[in-house]
Write a protein that binds this ligand. Structure first.
Ligand SMILES: C[S@@+](CC[C@H](N)C(=O)[O-])C[C@H]1O[C@@H](n2cnc3c(N)ncnc32)[C@H](O)[C@@H]1O
Length: 228
């Protein structure tokens, strides 16, 4: 199969770097989950990956989507990683360098979606994890995926979006509601946040979720909401 990551990031993140220590974002998230003794079976593979990445027992490295995909897939699968940020590129390139089936491109991931689909493999997960820094990104992402789906309707498309109090994420969700695309699954994970916080959680829209993935994600999110 093809794994196409449109916004790949750096691949791995050093939680002890000066930048990470300044905001210590992980204390509100991954640090709360990684040493729990009530992890549901469905979330255990993710925790196992975290432990594999941090064998000393101290959580100092955090896996990005390319690292996770690489450790789940095998050498017959193809990974295409797109990233624009110049400082993320060297880390991502180092991660991919030893592997023939992993390729990194410094290009707009949404344009790549249009250029690379349908894939010769006929099976693909298109993982879309933008930062939505520009307001119009919500519409742009939806338009790109709806267009790609017309070319390749069997692909699994997983689109992350933030839950913002402003409700701007509805610009993305409304476009999908009106798209006529079948087999859409939406899951949202809400956290208890301060009054002043702009963001109160994360959402994921999955087109063509594989069999039972919806039930499994619901179970994982139910636990996650309790923990964070
Ligand atoms: C939320 S981060 C992605 C994180 C990554 N998926 C992970 O799990 O670590 C968004 C990334 O998209 C990159 N980016 C922004 N616009 C892009 C574009 N049009 N094409 C490709 N990458 C882009 C940013 O530099 C940033 O690294």
């Amino acid at each position: 199969m093809l794994y196409l990551d449109t916004h790949a990031g750096a691949g791995t993140y050093d939680l002890l770097s000066p930048e990470a220590l300044k905001i210590e974002e992980h204390k509100q998230g991954v640090l709360k989950v990684w040493n729990r003794d009530d992890v549901p079976a469905v979330a255990q593979p993710y925790i196992d990956l975290l432990k594999r990445m941090n064998p000393s027992g101290t959580l100092s490295l955090y896996p990005g989507s390319p690292w996770i995909a690489h450790h789940i897939l095998d050498e017959n699968d193809r990974l295409i990683l797109n990233e624009l940020h110049p400082s993320d590129m060297p880390l991502l390139t180092d991660l991919a360098h030893p592997f023939r089936n992993m390729r990194v491109f410094r290009q707009d991931g949404l344009l790549a979606v249009n250029a690379l689909l349908p894939p010769p493999e006929k099976r693909a997960l298109i993982f879309i994890d933008p930062s939505y820094e520009i307001k119009s990104d919500y519409e742009t992402v939806a338009q790109a995926v709806i267009k790609a789906h017309k070319k390749f309707s069997n692909g699994v498309y997983a689109i992350w979006y933030p839950l913002l109090k402003s409700g701007i994420q509805n610009n993305l969700l409304d476009k999908f509601k009106d798209s006529g695309i079948n087999h859409q699954f939406i899951i949202e994970c809400k956290a208890n946040v301060d009054k002043e916080a702009r963001m109160y959680g994360s959402g994921m829209l999955i087109i063509n979720p594989p069999y039972q993935v919806d039930t499994q994600i619901k179970e994982a999110v139910k636990w996650l909401q309790k923990v964070i």
